[in-house]
Design a protein around this ligand. Structure first.
Ligand SMILES: NC(=O)c1ccc[n+]([C@@H]2O[C@H](COP(=O)([O-])OP(=O)(O)OC[C@H]3O[C@@H](n4cnc5c(N)ncnc54)[C@H](OP(=O)(O)O)[C@@H]3O)[C@@H](O)[C@H]2O)c1
Length: 207
């Protein structure tokens, strides 16, 4: 398949690029400044710009959105990106979008959003709400989207188990490596199981 990955220079984006290329897909790795990526395979594009998206998405089968800009207002960034993706991907004829989500905005053990569960840390709530606003934009789009979040958080140092599973609720203690999470992203890109739907991803042993 032809897969375009936004945020391809980030921690999750890099893992998605590696996994997609390992499976033999043709990957267009989109970053804002290709000169910062020495392997020479990245292309320039801004995930908040519909024209950029339409340009790099031309001829692609599916898009992955792993971009995040911690220097921007979260609600502005994630809503603008979701709207630009809806417009730009549609212009390019790409229907399928697999987005990297945020655990706190998906259901926790009680069924309430994880960020509203008792004791959940609140210091980054504006970031959670920004992600949630972007998810709302996806919900109102015509894209064939999936929003996959780690059930708890990423483990950037642990060993990869080369496996994952979906779980129906988040767990603040759950951890998954970006490499294992990328298995879920690229599986969803290849064979959609979640359509206009969210999902939490954990390890086979996780909650
Ligand atoms: N517990 C959780 O649920 C959890 C934990 C961590 C992360 N996440 C989510 O996972 C996703 C990926 O996170 P990450 O840790 O991989 O982030 P990261 O390492 O900061 O990477 C994000 C990438 O986004 C790119 N980017 C920023 N603005 C962009 C724009 N306007 N257009 C195109 N690309 C842009 C940046 O690339 P360049 O600078 O190269 O352009 C950066 O490399 C985010 O949505 C994040 O919120 C969830």
């Amino acid at each position: 398949m032809n897969i375009v990955i936004f945020g391809a220079g980030g921690r999750v984006g890099r893992a998605a690029v590696v996994e997609a290329r390992r499976r033999g897909h043709a990957v267009t790795a989109v970053v804002r400044e290709p000169a910062r990526y020495p392997d020479g395979t990245a292309v320039a594009g801004d995930v908040t710009d519909a024209d950029d998206i339409a340009r790099v998405a031309a001829g692609q089968d599916v898009a992955v959105h792993a971009a995040a800009d911690l220097s921007a207002d979260p609600a502005a960034f994630f809503t603008t990106a979701a709207r630009a993706l809806a417009e730009g991907l549609s212009a390019a004829g790409v229907q399928r979008l697999v987005a990297v989500g945020l655990a706190p905005v998906l259901p926790g053990p009680s069924g309430a959003l994880l960020m509203d569960e008792p004791g959940y840390p609140q210091e980054y709530r504006s970031f959670y709400l920004g992600h949630a606003a972007g998810l709302d934009e996806l919900r109102s789009s015509h894209l064939d989207w999936a929003y996959l979040a780690p059930a708890g958080d990423f483990d950037h140092d642990g060993p990869s188990g080369h496996a994952y599973r979906f779980t129906d609720h988040g767990d603040p203690t759950a951890r998954i490596t970006p490499a294992d999470f990328a298995l879920a992203l690229i599986d969803e890109a290849e064979t959609p199981r979640h359509r206009a739907a969210t999902a939490s991803v954990t390890t086979p042993q996780g909650t």
